[in-house]
Design a protein around this ligand. Structure first.
Ligand SMILES: [Zn+2]
Ligand SMILES: [Zn+2]
Ligand SMILES: [Zn+2]
Length: 762
């Protein structure tokens, strides 16, 4: 029997090879009809024998191209028209021009095969791509996503490439960056002054220099990497010295999963991440015999490892047979360099050579960073390969909202209908370059998503530059959102939850409604309002930001809080080493309340314990003391005691007994490993106990965990285990970072709920 159907597919189905997929599927099944893009997404007419049609529909639902995100497939039966041929029709007029742009996709298996086939016309060609892979977001300048509006515009396709581009049966049909050695971008090697180095084979010449221990800046998809031989101790140390990056670990790139296994433990989830279509930096538990220089990641328990994701990486890694350091091309905290002139200027003195090419990068994106927690990926830095993929929410935003995010690890978020476009990682908004990247990023998102925000959401912290940006734009309504509420709502949003939850927001720093610095917070909240139900007890933060860089200050604060001047009699290495004169100055600061905010930060409690146990007294990057404390933790199941008391309708959690327990253990000569383990157990236990109490008070049985502390695997696993065993349903982050990189999503959702749309029309 012959049937006909009209099928509408909504979702991210344009610019991802969906029409050729439909076209080929229909032809395989001998069906007639047509397919076209329109405002809904993709609409198609298909007709033919009923069994073939059934196969078609089944495959349509399950076999969509990797980059497509299908929301809904709606089919209705129609009268057959006797169409025998299947064709791709021109796009229908789009009243509301809007096509979600795909992120970058790692080189696909078909392209890799061609890349290494000596008979292929793209053999070893660094810019091979197809509709299933290649650059996207980083080359798009404007919409619609069409070659003239990308940085591929200067390259006119040769006849062969053109023919592929025009052929609906070809893997390169409408692949906008399609290119070959005849017509496409080319590599070039430059010396450190920017002069071309003549060489017949650029990749070969680069490998030779890497083998000699040289540092080469390599232009990638979203910016420059600095590369060197990871096994060459001298080269790695030189790079570290040049980058002024004493402690931050360097990322590594290896040829394949097998090579990654030599560096760290790769479980199935890790393997899927390493070899998938995104190819982020995956944090692997380092093997003791990992064959790389100690200087790659001094004192770290993890190594950040990624696999090749561009054709250039594939050729480089396959032919070099090396483990490469591939760290972002910048000096310490500046953003990664991505424009050629800028790279030459800013990386001057860092790189001995530059491997460049003539395809411009339009927007800077860093490598994403992911770790596996409880067998599932947890995105810690959401950037290349993820952005600008939207999160799809269970509701429509009332109006387009721009949420400006936090100060550190900034991302912003632009909304449109059910989409929340969480930006790529912008960085710490602490210098001019990053502010520029923030503003350019916003302008770019507004352009490519054809959206002008009707409302701004921002943090309450008056000193955040993102807040200042929002407050300076007085043309539209602005809605301030409390930091930890935004954390929790971001986690709810990612999990499609809008009903009230118990929110546990543990992080380093967030501006509280009472003007103090919060960070060990238990909220009872929904996606509009919150109540601060419990928090860690306030302690002074002497010197503000200085105390964050010097964890020993927090250890001294806690010791003094618990033992008073008796702390000087404690037989502890920490006390022995403490500079009494410096402490007296700090004690005076605290007493006179000079530059000493009050804080309930969980991050600072981790700092204190890290310093007290002699693990990290001074931090050179954000969170170092806590990271090293987690790393030190061994096996032990004991828990320190802790107390709480009621204060003005809130529960205040008192860590004094925890500090006493740790001091007693130190005096007993207990190892750091045991103490660190017990401390983690204790934090997990006090979280579980507060959640229990709040469930009794409110009847709420769902807990959302957010904030930078939940990057700590040990803590997260333990909290998850305790809460689940206690019958809670627990929401955690997966696709959105638990750190401040996820804040803008929560801000957008809260602002949406609070937005009074009547003021928009006035
Ligand atoms: Zn491909
Ligand atoms: Zn060509
Ligand atoms: Zn935070």
């Amino acid at each position: 029997m012959r049937l006909a159907k009209v099928i509408t597919i909504t979702g991210i189905v344009q610019g991802v090879g969906f029409r050729p997929f439909v076209y080929n599927l229909a032809r395989e099944q001998g069906l007639g009809g047509w397919v076209r893009n329109d405002t809904a997404g993709v609409t198609l007419w298909v007709e033919g024998p009923s069994p073939a049609l059934a196969v078609f529909e089944r495959t349509l639902a399950t076999g969509a191209p990797v980059q497509a995100v299908v929301f809904e497939i709606a089919a209705r039966a129609v009268e057959p028209r006797g169409l025998e041929e299947f064709e791709i029709r021109k796009s229908a007029e789009q009243a509301d021009q809007f096509v979600p742009i795909s992120p970058e996709v790692a080189t696909c298996a078909d392209c890799v095969r061609e890349l290494f086939d000596p008979a292929d016309r793209r053999y070893r060609y660094s810019f091979i791509n197809c509709t299933n892979c290649g650059p996207r977001f980083t080359i798009v300048e404007d919409i619609p996503y069409d070659r003239p509006l990308t940085t591929m515009a200067p390259f006119a396709m040769c006849a062969q490439c053109r023919a592929e581009y025009d052929d609906p049966g070809n893997r390169r049909f409408h692949a906008q960056p399609n290119a070959c050695p005849v017509c496409g971008p080319r590599l070039e090697l430059l010396d450190q002054s920017g002069n071309p180095v003549p060489c017949a084979d650029v990749v070969g010449a680069v490998i030779e220099r890497l083998r000699q221990g040289r540092i080469v800046a390599i232009k990638g998809l979203g910016g420059y990497h600095l590369a060197c031989d990871a096994q060459n101790d001298k080269a790695v140390k030189t790079l570290r010295a040049r980058k002024f990056r004493e402690h931050k670990p360097f990322a590594l790139m290896v040829a394949d999963v097998q090579a990654a296994r030599a560096l760290g433990d790769v479980d199935p989830a890790g393997e899927a991440l390493l070899s998938g279509t995104v190819r982020p930096i995956v944090l692997l538990r380092r093997r003791p015999d990992a064959p790389v220089s100690e200087a790659v990641a001094p004192g770290q328990m993890d190594l950040g490892v990624m696999l090749p994701y561009t054709p250039l990486h594939h050729v480089l890694l396959a032919e070099a047979g090396m483990i490469l350091v591939m760290t972002s091309g910048n000096i310490s905290d500046e953003p990664i360099a991505f424009r050629d002139d800028e790279a030459l200027r800013r990386l001057n003195g860092l790189a001995d050579y530059f491997l460049v090419h003539d395809r411009r990068i339009h927007i800077r994106t860093d490598d994403s960073v992911v770790r596996v927690v409880a067998d599932k990926p947890l995105v810690l830095r959401r950037s290349r390969g993820y952005a600008p993929h939207p999160l799809i929410l269970p509701f429509e935003f009332k109006a387009p909202i721009l949420a400006c995010g936090a100060e550190l690890k900034n991302t912003f978020c632009l909304t449109r209908k059910r989409f929340a476009f969480l930006s790529h990682h912008i960085g710490d908004l602490e210098n001019l370059e990053t502010i520029e990247a923030f503003e350019q990023g916003i302008a770019h998102f507004q352009r490519i998503f054809n959206t002008t925000p009707a409302c701004l959401a921002h943090d309450h912290h008056p000193e955040y530059l993102a807040t200042k940006y929002a407050l300076a734009r007085d043309d539209i309504p602005r809605i301030g959102v409390q930091h930890h509420h935004a954390h929790i709502v971001g986690c709810m949003g990612e999990n499609n939850v809008t009903a009230p939850v118990i929110g546990v927001a543990f992080d380093g720093t967030g501006y509280g409604d009472d003007g103090h610095i919060w960070g060990g917070e238990f909220l009872v909240c929904d996606d509009r309002d919150y109540r601060r139900a419990a928090h860690l007890q306030y302690v002074p933060l002497p010197g503000g930001a200085k105390a964050i860089k010097e964890p020993w200050r927090m250890a001294a604060v806690y010791l003094h809080k618990v033992f008073g001047d008796g702390m000087w009699d404690l037989p502890l290495a920490f006390v022995r080493d403490l500079d009494r004169a410096r402490w007296r100055l700090i004690a005076r600061m605290i007493q006179q309340q000079v530059n000493t905010p009050q804080t309930s930060s969980a991050g600072r409690l981790f700092d204190a314990v890290s310093a007290l146990t002699g693990i990290c007294r001074e931090a050179f990057y954000e969170g170092q003391a806590a990271v090293e404390l987690e790393m030190a933790a061994g096996d032990d199941d004991r828990v320190y005691e802790f107390d709480s008391r009621s204060e003005a309708g809130k529960t205040v959690v008192l860590p004094d007994a925890v500090i006493e327990g740790i001091v007693a253990d130190l005096i007993e000569g207990e190892s750091r490993g045991v103490i660190a383990a017990r401390f983690h157990n204790t934090v997990a236990a006090l979280i579980a106990s507060q959640c229990d109490q709040l469930r009794r008070e409110t009847g709420i049985t769902t807990v959302a965990l957010s904030g930078g502390c939940f990057q700590n695997m040990r803590l997260t696993r333990r909290v998850l285990a305790l809460l689940t065993a206690n019958g809670f349903s627990v929401l955690t982050h997966r696709h959105v970072p638990p750190n401040d990189g996820g804040l803008s999503l929560g801000q957008a959702i809260v602002a949406n709920r609070r937005l009074d749309t009547s003021i928009l029309n006035s």
